[in-house]
Design a protein. Sequence first.
Length: 408
Amino acid sequence: MNMYLPERILVAPSGFKESLSGTEVANAIAAGIRRVLPGVRVDSFPVPDGGEGTIDLLAERPNTVVHPMRVTGPVGKRVNAKWLEFTGAEPTAVVEMASAAGLSLVPRDNRNPGKTTTTGVGELIAAALDSGIRNIVIGCGDSGTSDGGAGALRALGLKILDKEGKEIAQGGEALSDAHHLDTSELHPGLAEATITLACNMHNVLTGPKGVAEVFGPQKGATKKQVKQLGAALEHWAELLESTFCPTGDVRGPGSGASGGLGAGLIAVGASAHNRFEVLLEQLPAPESLCDLIAAADLVITAEGAIDFQTPNGKVPAEIARRAQSTGVPVLGIAGSLGKGAPRVHEVGISAIQSIMTVPMALEDAVRDGSKLLTDAAERSMRMLQLGSVLAYRQETRTLARLGVIPAA
């Protein structure tokens, strides 16, 4: 009896930030699928998005070496970070911004995006340059900073001076005091390097949709701080442009990546690109995501939250975009469904499911995330099973009315 159940399912999720890695999310969903469909083939492709866990996922690919480092964290304390090297004739370094300046490294009771710094990111870039690598990819995402990349540039030799010629303080708010940029000690390797920002191109540095306004509150900023930070970043952009690119622009697509890290690095020659094109197509991978999608009967993607921001370059929307050309249906599973979640249907996600069936505290959802994901995947498969039974019954009734098969 053919009941229209999938024979091959692709699980292609993002990680759940500050909770589960992409691999852990994929494994939990696969376990839920097999509770209902034990014989189905499940392919797993956790999707690196440039944020937390990107290095761990890329390190599973062939010919990679992880370089651990102690660097300056977002609140000034030393933290454990790392960068990845793709070895070969023309090696490539991948720097995960979040490993040095991610939001998870900022204590919840100390979240102030006006004070945090990207210094550690610059230290990772400098280490890659010092090793002789001149092709560098920066994974932008999950930042706990909004300093316009000032900290990273300082670690690469830039001096940011006030009107009296003194170094300004760390953090985005202090950028209002910046008066002059001394480039005389910039790392010489920058002039020879190709730096690619793997980022969400929707993010821009300034304006109503800029870093301060959109992401400041998410990182702990008050309304007053948002206004102060917005003005400081506007001033910073003007100073970057007058110093590095008087005929250019550091406020275009991707400039707001990782709290404005994009703008700072664009000023010294970096270029911004769609993160998925870089991480999924330009870097070596053992399997093609597009091939796996085309071979699947169903794709399941997942992210910590599905809401109005999801269509703007988040993992579920990217998976749906790639699946649309093949006609393969996509199911989205989320830790929570927020405001505007139904918008994802417009970008090709056929159905969405939350892992939470009753109200619960965030810490409980984080603690039990794996179990909740498995249960949600099981519920989804049971609904799919029900739909297949209904479709089968409808087909048999139609065939019976046409006399193709005997009536029941």
